[in-house]
Design a protein. Structure first.
Length: 417
């Protein structure tokens, strides 16, 4: 009888095992990271299809997108792809900082639905009424900001207020974009995309400054390094000065101020960020892909400022090259790095990535190198270069989706003692 009761109890517990849908909405990183990976592929596929059609001199019989495709592409990579990743990160990290309850269940389904609805609206800007598109696309970020603010209020800390400010900046950038779409602000779409991308660069700097030296220090100590002089250095005053310089530089660029001033400040910001990165002992991380990819992502910020400085004084490199160093290089690499690390850690797995993910890390930077530098070297092959860069990006994020879908839809594993 006892055996039968035990067996029945085991079957009863098995029946209570959460399904993939329940697990998906048990933590914010699960739906948002998965969506970011899938959307990184889909949005680029649409953009590459347009480039390919344009390259052969054809035109689609019908377009569902009303605005210029290059601006739509930029908007969706910033306010679609990157915003999903930011949502997954903040709604997962903030509760661990403050002890607040994490978003799950119906609340998480609601927030994720807002993001999805915004994407549907943006894919149909030629179909839906313009004001409806504005309302649907603008809905997600304010709700994300309110959720993050509620979680941060559990244990208020001045150092975390910057994240609310950056969400506010993203909202402002998206508003600018849509005011431009409605012809209420001349050049609003371009200003909005630049403002949004600049906000993400600052967010990467803030997050990178917290996690990169910390994770590197922990890894080095686990490997047996006890010499404090050999560990990463992080000086708060230097970090703050570096952040202020970078914010001013990007702000002046977004506002289209004097190119020469922007150029000088860009070179100074590149130097300051390079000095900061040099103190984090990058060379000591080369044996650990999940660690060196964080350093690589931050290095693209340095490259972005260098290219922005060059584009301010010469025509050798374009502003687009600098923006893609920040977007494809810094944001693309850092988002992939954070998503892989957080997904492994929060599902109970060891912080070791398989070979396909290491390849994904490399491919995203290959995409950035091609997009930033190849057009200047081989302008006659512009379309081919765009297709190659986009293909590398799609394969990289496709590998993330392939490897991490079972992880993000599956239960947390128990580590062996």
């Amino acid at each position: 009888m006892r055996t039968n009761q035990t067996t029945a109890s085991s079957h009863h517990n098995a029946d209570k095992t959460p399904g993939p849908a329940t697990l998906l909405f048990s933590h914010a990183f699960r739906p948002f990271f998965l969506a970011a990976g899938v959307y990184a592929v889909l949005a680029l596929a649409a953009w590459l299809a347009w480039i390919a059609i344009h390259a052969v001199g054809a035109m689609p019989a019908y377009m569902t997108v009303a605005e210029p495709l290059h601006l739509w592409h930029a908007h969706e990579m910033v306010f679609g792809f990157a915003a999903a990743a930011a949502g997954g990160f903040l709604l997962t990290a903030v509760p661990s900082w403050t002890g607040a309850k994490h978003s799950k269940g119906r609340v998480l389904v609601f927030m994720f639905s807002l993001w999805c609805i915004g994407r549907v609206a943006m894919w149909g800007t030629a179909v839906f009424p313009p004001v409806l598109v504005v309302a649907l696309d603008l809905a997600f970020l304010p709700v994300l900001g309110l959720a993050a603010a509620k979680q941060l209020a559990v244990q208020p800390a001045l150092r975390n207020v910057i994240f609310l400010s950056l969400i506010g900046a993203l909202i402002g950038g998206n508003v600018l974009y849509h005011l431009g779409r409605l012809d209420l602000i001349e050049g609003g779409m371009t200003y909005g995309v630049r403002f949004g991308l600049a906000s993400f660069v600052i967010m990467i700097m803030v997050i990178g400054g917290r996690v990169i030296p910390g994770f590197t220090t922990n890894a080095l100590r686990r490997s047996g390094t006890v010499d404090e002089a050999a560990l990463p250095r992080s000086i708060p005053a230097v970090n703050m000065a570096n952040l202020v310089l970078s914010v001013v530089t990007l702000g002046l660029y977004v506002l289209r101020m004097q190119p020469e001033l922007v150029g000088i400040l860009s070179f100074l910001a590149a130097l300051a960020n390079a000095v900061r990165l040099a103190g984090w002992r990058t060379l000591a991380t080369l044996s650990s892909p999940i660690l060196w990819v964080l350093h690589l992502g931050y290095a693209w910020i340095v490259i972005g400022f260098v290219l922005l400085g060059i584009s301010s004084f010469t025509n050798w490199m374009s502003e687009a090259a600098a923006m893609h160093a920040f977007g494809t290089g810094a944001a693309g690499t850092m988002i992939l790095a954070i998503m892989t690390r957080a997904s492994l850690g929060h599902t109970g797995r060891g912080l070791v990535v398989p070979g396909p993910i290491v390849a994904a890390y490399v491919l995203v930077s290959v995409a950035a190198v091609l997009r930033c530098f190849a057009p200047a070297a081989l302008p006659q092959f512009y379309n081919e270069i765009m297709l190659a860069a986009g293909g590398a990006w799609m394969i990289g994020y496709g590998l993330f989706v392939f490897v991490f879908t079972p992880i993000l839809l599956g239960p947390r594993v128990k580590r062996k003692s």
